[in-house]
Design a protein around this ligand. Structure first.
Ligand SMILES: [Zn+2]
Length: 205
């Protein structure tokens, strides 16, 4: 069965009696470490805090980010925010993947505050993700919120699960894209977007 990539049920984080720090201490024992040794004494707490931050996107919603930052404006030229860096975690291994995203839209007399776009990227990046889904969620969210004539998103990333384990390919990156509306239908629009984001230093080399 084919499902839309962005349909993911998000559960509220569970806050029961066993904390992430407790689980981390058990994890240290499982991998053969001594949680009592000096360097590790506070590690479960620190890892708890870090993991909460890295998954804080579960507790953020689009409405609270966009909150009043939409502007009526007679504007139909492409808006591009490029080289948005992001850090996420793959849902298959819970290892980081990171890279840059380029986001563009063709307004339909409505603009969004530019700083809101990286915040939308962060909201979805700070969840367990697939790069493909992350790319689509950013595109579909902008489409939904702004009702523009189209949205284009390109995402380039490197995955620790590929670099540190498995195939151990340190220099291979993955590129994903999502093109909606005019970006999908019109080659000229797509080409304009690609040319606007291609004049840059490649982030990885
Ligand atoms: Zn992975």
């Amino acid at each position: 069965m084919k499902t839309k990539p962005s349909v993911v049920k998000v559960m509220p984080p569970q806050k029961d009696e066993e904390s992430i720090a407790d689980l981390m201490e058990k994890l240290l024992l499982k991998i053969g470490e001594d949680p009592e040794r000096q360097g590790l004494v506070r590690t479960p707490e620190r890892a708890d805090k870090a993991l909460r931050f890295l998954t804080s996107g579960y507790e953020t919603d689009v409405q609270s980010i966009v909150n009043g930052a939409l502007f009526e404006e007679k504007c139909d030229e492409m808006v591009v925010v490029k080289d948005i860096e992001f850090y996420s975690m793959c849902e298959h291994h819970m290892l980081p993947f990171f890279g840059t995203m380029h986001v563009a839209y063709l307004p339909n007399n409505q603009l969004i505050g530019l700083s809101k776009i990286p915040r939308i990227v962060d909201m979805f990046a700070r969840r367990l993700q697939l790069q493909e889904r992350l790319t689509h969620q950013v595109a579909e969210t902008l489409q939904e919120v702004l009702k523009p004539r189209g949205v284009g998103v390109i995402c380039e990333a490197r995955h620790f699960c590929m670099m540190m384990r498995g195939v151990e390919k340190q220099h291979s990156g993955a590129v994903t894209s999502a093109m909606l509306g005019a970006f999908r239908a019109r080659k000229e629009t797509r080409d304009e977007f690609l040319s606007l984001v291609s004049h840059r230093n490649h982030p990885f080399y």
